[in-house]
Design a protein around this ligand. Structure first.
Ligand SMILES: NC(=O)c1ccc[n+]([C@@H]2O[C@H](COP(=O)([O-])OP(=O)(O)OC[C@H]3O[C@@H](n4cnc5c(N)ncnc54)[C@H](O)[C@@H]3O)[C@@H](O)[C@H]2O)c1
Length: 442
């Protein structure tokens, strides 16, 4: 990273070295992160952004409050000029993380990289090796690591009151509408064009399993598929689009017209003119947008349920379940001194519950609250990550960064290996798998 104090916004004195942030890809994620960074002007200065959609770059200019802010039309343009920031935020879609990240590293940037790191195990490993070789820092947006909920679990485990972990079960329930929005109608619906669900979405959970268990994963197996969001389940007479007079629209939980009412909050992430848009405008947009399609008549291939089993080097066994059909996460940890369970879910809105049943029959309960962020802000993970970014990038030893690319590679490769297992029906030995991926890179 560049040393020495950075220039400040006019009229303001900063006593610490601020980190200059630039971004490639100014969609929902980058906007969220940079909005949070803008609230910490003593730590961050937003200096530039690139996106083919000029309105998105202008949104970033506005929140930067920086008269010297520079706008670029794409990754190539921003990476063609001399390095203009300490950190490049890579917030493009999954299939376009690898290339801009590689070039930004070569240009001398440290990186805040959206998950997944990349869409193939070879690219994941290649980026981690490149960062190592160049001595650059890459922080992966594994936001769960920065939530009060999972930090509390880690603190409890480290205190020893649960004893040694023997077994762990984790569940991620995506939520039916979230599944429909993102993995049926949306950006991550066609696995072959992005990354498999177990990596794209569940890399967060696998990262948490790996972090809490604290031992290398030895082998994995997985089953799952796409069962519900298929043409076979389309109601009789349902047209291709919900705007085309569906006979069951009034009772369908996935009616796209709900974007105008109950599910309005989802719209802003895909429709830039959402703010204040009247119903007719939203209807008109739904008539041509992918988000207006019947969920039973899309080109989706992403699974709506998947389970995975893991065996770790310390003989801990773990299971993970991803399902579309509830909203929230829960975890069970069986230890030699007690059983810990916790739920982090939409209903509790940031007041998550952790419970320990000690083997002595005593019980301890914690209500873990996220002061900011709520469920929509990933249980405090978004603000937690951006708040921690400054400290992470300034740690004397990059190996101590909580969600560094080096630490994140393990859980990403577990995800890719699980997908291989799901597709082949075979258990995957992680050492063999990583060996094969490494050979591909030679
Ligand atoms: N950490 C998390 O919890 C979390 C949550 C949701 C999404 N994500 C990930 O974040 C990433 C971004 O998601 P999003 O919802 O913000 O996506 P988005 O589609 O809203 O934004 C991507 C942006 O990249 C821009 N872009 C495309 N080509 C470009 C180029 N050549 N140069 C510069 N910009 C370019 C697009 O115009 C778009 O504005 C995805 O990889 C996604 O999987 C992470």
């Amino acid at each position: 990273m560049t040393k020495g104090r950075q220039s400040s916004a006019p009229g303001r004195k900063h006593n610490v070295k601020r980190l200059r942030l630039a971004a490639i890809g100014c969609g929902g994620r980058t906007y969220t992160y940079l909005s949070l960074a803008a609230q910490e002007p003593d730590h961050y200065e937003i200096v530039a952004a690139a996106d083919p959609q000029p309105g998105r770059v202008e949104r970033i200019r506005t929140l930067s409050g920086n008269p010297s802010f520079r706008a670029f039309r794409n990754d190539a343009e921003i990476l063609a000029v001399d390095r203009l920031a300490d950190i490049m935020v890579i917030g493009t879609q999954d299939s376009f993380h690898f290339e801009p990240c590689q070039r930004a590293l070569e240009k001398g940037y440290d990186i805040l990289l959206e998950k997944p790191i990349a869409t193939s195990p070879e690219e994941v490993l290649a980026l981690a090796r490149l960062a190592d070789r160049l001595g650059r820092r890459v922080l992966v947006c594994h936001i769960l690591r920065y939530t009060p909920f999972y930090r509390k679990i880690k603190e409890i485990l480290d205190s020893g009151i649960v004893g040694d972990i023997i077994t762990l079960n984790a569940i991620e329930s995506l939520g039916p509408w979230h599944q429909a929005h993102s993995y049926v109608r949306g950006h991550w619906a066609v696995t072959e064009k992005t990354s498999p669900m177990i990596v794209a979405k569940s890399c967060h959970d696998l990262d948490i399993c790996s972090w809490l268990i604290g031992s290398p994963c030895k082998s994995v197996s997985s089953f799952g598929g796409l069962t519900h969001f298929t043409p076979q389940n389309a109601p009789l007479g349902a047209p291709a689009r919900c705007t085309d007079g569906c006979p069951v629209g009034h009772t369908c939980n996935f009616n796209a017209l709900l974007y105008a009412t109950r599910e309005r909050a989802w719209l802003s992430s895909v429709y830039d003119e959402e703010a204040g848009a009247p119903l007719e405008q939203i209807r008109a947009w739904l008539r041509t947008s992918p988000w207006g399609r019947c969920v039973y008549r899309c080109d989706n291939t992403a699974v709506d349920h998947q389970v995975a089993c893991m065996r770790f080097a310390n003989e801990v066994t773990a299971t993970f379940t991803m399902t579309a059909f509830d909203a929230g996460r829960c975890i069970e940890i069986y230890g030699t001194r007690g059983f810990l369970t916790g739920r982090n879910e939409r209903q509790t809105e940031g007041a998550d519950i952790l419970f320990i049943q000690h083997h002595t029959y005593n019980r301890t309960r914690w209500n873990v609250t996220s002061p900011v962020g709520g469920y929509a802000g990933h249980g405090g993970g978004d603000p937690g990550l951006i708040h921690a970014l400054y400290e992470e990038m300034n740690k004397p030893d990059a190996a101590d960064m909580a969600s560094s690319i080096q630490r994140s590679v393990e859980s990403h490769l577990m995800g890719f290996a699980m997908e291989a297992s799901r597709l082949t029906g075979k258990t995957v030995d992680m050492a063999d798998y990583v060996g094969r991926v490494s050979n591909e890179l030679k």
